[in-house]
Design a protein around this ligand. Structure first.
Ligand SMILES: Nc1ncnc2c1ncn2[C@@H]1O[C@H](COP(=O)(O)OP(=O)(O)OP(=O)(O)O)[C@@H](O)[C@H]1O
Length: 920
């Protein structure tokens, strides 16, 4: 199977622009020519009228790009310049420099296959062919340069006429303005370095002020000819509208149109009225340009949309717009029609996890085509020296690449090169930007040292509930907006933390102050943070059925739980979460498979004398493993050639699953923390494209982020993480754009054991995380103390062998016939989505101890009710099914699996997907 491979173009030095293409007043750059010729093919008739030196337009001879240098004896030779070659016959080549000036002829008489390796000697130069220009647009560009050898005004006029006619004849989304050089004025050659200087200079240095006053400017696109355009907002000084290229905007969904405008407003420091971000306003305003007040505090943003909402596409649309357009036309060189020839940005740095570099490049190709935009990626195979060379060239050379995509890890090795060339960078995009939450991180400090004001952070994972981390990220995006750290600490961290401290839970004043400061912080930051949930996508995706399957523990598991809990001699009166963590982890492992305990460090140092491990060393020794194997066998035997992704937090669990599946002759691939960066992309591609690979084993934490596994339509989440967003990340790998089949997500939990309790915490936390800043997402696999009191901890260590589902027992009293699901009554639906706190408000000052006790008890009850309500909220829409009573798990595969292991699925919550797929 042939997979697309995107190689970087070789670096070339800046091309010297031909005299006619650029001049110091209303100058025209190479881009001008490119735009002009890219609109519609030149008509042969018009072309024939031109009597050009190289005659290149009169026939279909091949045109190549070339690089050249003076002959040198140096070991590591570099190229001095670039140009073109025209092959007049199979063997004869005429070489021209980048201005179209003839250099020399040369002959090639060797094997055709080695043509591109051959070093030609022509004139006093060595030359090498780079690539044949087959792209129409690029060929036209070359032709025009080559045709200008004896440039004269008449010929230029004809060019202009052709360009104008092409523009007029182009329709709808191709209605781009022709960009025509003003050749009638005096021309001086300008190098790209000069253009770079112009970039930051004042308008007056580019244009004569008198001329400027008279001059009219035009946007790059004619908005009247675009169906449903996306027009950017502007400030009062804007001279023209900036309109997203219809080539991209035609693909954008309503939330994406709004997202692109949001990011643009932030980067340009435009103060957005809050109503603009409301969902109802979306469709109405994105095609209009509103005049907004400036907001000097903001030049960066955080796009925190949930995964799968298309943050990559939105960012590509933004980058492409900024590279090509600016509202301040008078500050850049313009065509004769007043169309700016430069955008607001010239060079963009995208930093992302190494696993996502390939994905970014594919997305650029998907939406723009790589022939339009120069994307440089640093290959994982490159040496550090090669990386440095590439980065230096990226920043130095104007023309070849506009975007550099680099892994976070590689930033360190090229930091010096980036710092030296930092003035060339205009925008930094940090994908999975929550990685920058650590203020001491070297990567963050390198990025800060680049002094790039415009920044976009992308993160599908909510920012964690740690105010220090939050400060670090916000201060990176918009430095100083929250004051310096000590001011921030005083104003926000201290009062908010004090209010969260259980010791202050009855101090109304403290709690209220914390709440006020928290709201104040939200108000400041929501100006540049945008978060939408993936529910927006429902109507564009195939239906998704969610099944939570409670898997009955095996006898082996139950006896392992008992032995461990007895051996650990828990002091239930002095429990706290951190001291119990090792035991909790051990119990989680037993839920997956008792085999795992033999490698558990807590077990080995504290419980080994119990010599339990040998007893549990059987293959299918857990309920979840039995259900998993029943499911995957059913999926594999199905007629639809469906594939499955299996996710676990433990690589050792993946080892067990891998062994079981391989012994059942299933072909699998696997991605976990040990998978080399350079292999990751290839593994994902081969899974999605190779029909013989049936399953993908994925470690939830080490790579789930950002992966596209739409080759599979079923996903089994083998264990839960405390942090619901880790699981959500994993689950959205298959149910995302590009998915054509109905999807099924199975979450396996061990009935009545710690697995189910973790699920319950997740359900509560997910409800809480709706309020952005108060997201109670836990840190790196640790549970959040907010949600654990001593009773909760005791509950974690309680095994309920008799129950069909401990979760169901808590929230509902139905029989599990499958016909009842939870609907929130009015009371419940108004539950405040705030972290659970004791009902402090109920406790007035100066109450007797008895009254206080009563209020506290009431508060605790109220909290329990709130917790249950939070859980219910997450399970709205789920059917409650005891498969022994109601044999309808709403999925033929699950039904067949149940028939195979009827004693191992004790209960199920099933949320059937709605058939709402819209043509996209
Ligand atoms: N408007 C659209 N039409 C069709 N496909 C789209 C659209 N927007 C995005 N996609 C596709 O959806 C998939 C997911 O998009 P993308 O990776 O950008 O999401 P994301 O928000 O960055 O998610 P994550 O946080 O998981 O990385 C990609 O394959 C992308 O090409």
């Amino acid at each position: 199977m042939h997979l697309p491979k995107y190689e970087n173009k070789p670096f070339k030095p800046p091309r010297r622009l031909s005299q006619s293409s650029v001049h110091s007043n209303s100058s025209t750059t190479k881009t001008t020519v490119k735009r002009c010729v890219g609109i519609a093919p030149l008509e042969a008739k018009a072309v024939k009228k031109l009597k050009y030196g190289p005659q290149c337009l009169q026939d279909q001879r091949k045109i190549y790009t070339v690089v050249f240098r003076k002959p040198s004896l140096k070991k590591h030779k570099t190229w001095d310049g670039d140009g073109y070659a025209i092959s007049k016959s199979l063997h004869r080549f005429a070489f021209y420099d980048s201005c179209g000036k003839f250099i020399a002829n040369s002959v090639y008489s060797e094997e055709q296959e080695q043509l591109f390796d051959h070093i030609f000697k022509a004139g006093s130069l060595e030359l090498q062919l780079d690539y044949e220009i087959t792209d129409l647009e690029e060929r036209r560009e070359a032709e025009i340069v080559l045709c200008k050898t004896d440039s004269d005004l008449k010929r230029q006029d004809v060019n202009e006429t052709i360009c104008e006619r092409n523009t007029k004849s182009s329709q709808g989304i191709t209605a781009e303005k022709a960009l025509i050089s003003n050749t009638k004025s005096k021309q001086k050659p300008v190098f790209n370095s000069t253009l770079k200087k112009l970039k930051d200079s004042d308008a007056s240095s580019v244009e004569d002020p008198k001329l400027k006053q008279k001059r009219k400017y035009s946007p790059l696109f004619d908005v009247s000819k675009i169906e449903n355009p996306v027009v950017m907002n502007k400030d009062r000084d804007a001279e023209i509208d900036v309109i997203v290229d219809p080539l991209v905007s035609k693909h954008l969904r309503p939330h994406q149109r709004e997202g692109v405008k949001f990011m643009y407003d932030c980067l340009l420091g435009l103060a957005r009225p809050t109503e603009l971000s409301s969902t109802t306003a979306m469709t109405d305003v994105t095609s209009k340009s509103l005049v907004l007040e400036p907001d000097s505090d903001i030049q960066g943003c955080l796009l925190a949309d949930e995964m799968g909402l298309g943050k990559t596409l939105m960012t590509i649309a933004l980058i492409w717009t900024l590279l090509k357009q600016t509202p301040k036309a008078s500050q850049v060189p313009c065509s004769q029609q007043g169309v700016p020839l430069q955008g607001l940005c010239h060079k963009v740095l995208i930093v992302c996890p190494v696993t996502l570099i390939g994905n970014w490049k594919r997305e650029f190709n998907k939406w723009l085509n790589l022939s339009r935009i120069g994307i440089l990626t640093l290959s994982a195979n490159n040496t550090a020296e090669r990386d440095k060379y590439d980065v230096r060239n990226f920043l130095r050379i104007q023309r070849t690449y506009q975007v550099l995509i680099i892994g976070y890890e590689k930033l360190l090795s090229v930091s010096e090169e980036l710092r030296l060339g930092k003035d060339s960078l205009d925008l930094i995009v940090c994908d999975e930007g929550h990685r920058l939450k650590n203020g001491a991180s070297k990567i963050l400090n390198i990025l800060k040292s680049l002094d790039v004001t415009r920044k976009v952070l992308l993160s599908g994972t909510p920012i964690q509930n740690d105010l220090n981390e939050f400060y670090t990220i916000i201060d990176f995006i918009n430095p100083g907006i929250l004051g310096n750290y000590s001011q921030f600490k005083k104003r926000f961290i201290s009062p908010i933390s004090r209010a969260r401290d259980p010791a202050n839970k009855f101090n109304e004043v403290v709690v209220q102050k914390g709440e006020e400061r928290s709201n104040e912080m939200i108000q400041i930051t929501q100006r540049f943070i945008l978060r939408r949930t993936s529910s927006i996508l429902t109507k564009y995706l195939p239906p998704r059925t969610d099944l939570i399957l409670c898997c009955r523990p095996t006898e082996i598991q139950i006896s392992a739980f008992r032995d461990i809990l007895q051996g650990a001699q828990l002091d239930l009166t002095n429990l706290n979460f951190n001291s119990s963590l090792a035991l909790i982890t051990l119990l989680k492992k037993v839920c997956n498979s008792p085999t795992l305990i033999q490698n558990d460090s807590f077990y080995n140092s504290n419980l080994q004398e119990t010599k339990l491990s040998n007893k549990y060393n059987h293959a299918l020794n857990s309920g979840k493993l039995k259900v998993l194997m029943a499911l995957v066998e059913r999926i594999r035997n199905g007629t639809d050639n469906e594939k499955v992704v299996i996710v676990s937090n433990y690589t050792q669990t993946l080892d067990i699953i891998e062994n079981l599946m391989r012994s059942a002759d299933m072909q699998i691939c696997r991605l976990d923390g040990s998978t080399q960066a350079k292999q990751r992309d290839a593994i994902v591609c081969s899974f999605n494209n190779n029909p013989s690979i049936f399953a993908f084993l994925l470690s939830a934490k080490s790579g789930g982020v950002g992966l596209n596994l739409t080759g599979a339509s079923r996903l089994i989440l083998f264990d839960n993480d405390w942090n619901p967003s880790v699981d959500l990340q994993a689950m959205s790998r298959i149910h995302r754009d590009g998915q054509k089949r109905s999807c099924y997500i199975y979450r396996l939990v061990t009935t009545g054991c710690i697995d189910e309790k973790i699920l319950q915490r997740q359900l509560m936390k997910h409800s809480l995380s709706q309020k952005f800043l108060c997201d109670s997402t836990a840190n790196e696999g640790h549970a959040d103390d907010d949600l654990f009191n001593k009773e909760d901890l005791k509950d974690l260590f309680t095994i309920s062998c008799e129950t069909l589902s401990n979760t169901h027992d808590l929230i509902c009293s139905c029989q599990g016939k499958g016909d009842e699901d939870i609907t929130l009554n009015d009371n419940n639906s108004t539950i405040k989505q705030l972290p659970i706190k004791p009902a402090v408000a109920n406790l007035k000052h100066w109450q007797t101890a008895l009254e206080a006790q009563r209020v506290i008890e009431q508060s605790e009850n109220q909290n329990n009710n709130e917790k249950i309500s939070l859980m219910k909220r997450c399970l709205v829409g789920y059917k409650h099914i005891d498969p022994k009573i109601a044999n309808d798990l709403m999925d033929p595969i699950a039904i067949e699996a149940f028939q195979r292991v009827p004693n191992d699925i004790s209960f199920a919550f099933v949320k059937p997907g709605e058939p709402t797929l819209e043509a996209t």
